[in-house]
Write a protein that binds this ligand. Sequence first.
Ligand SMILES: [Zn+2]
Length: 120
Amino acid sequence: MKTIQHKFVEFIPNYLEQNVLYISIEYKTAVHLCICGCGNKVVTPLTPTDWELRFDGKTISLSPSIGNWNFECRSHYFITRNVIHIARRWEDWEIEEGRVEDKETKKNYYKKQKKKKRKD
Ligand SMILES: [Zn+2]
């Protein structure tokens, strides 16, 4: 079982350790090195339309899954209670579909936010 440690930090350090998820609440972001060992830095912004971080007092979970489609390794995994679950690699068309969906989700979210503001 592959695990990742988490560290709450104010600033994300320049030097990242493998298998550590750095979390900055201040900057609403989490950063770690791709778990496959390729050395690529993975940035997961914590926003209502990006990733959600759950901290149960002991372990952290990130959702949705992390898909490193822009890296050569194309690794795809879940971090659930500090345990890494390797997921299936997506096909090109799936990645494309996921991107379109993501855009739609964001568009709708910000539309709703605008409407809300107008009401207030
Ligand atoms: Zn990788």
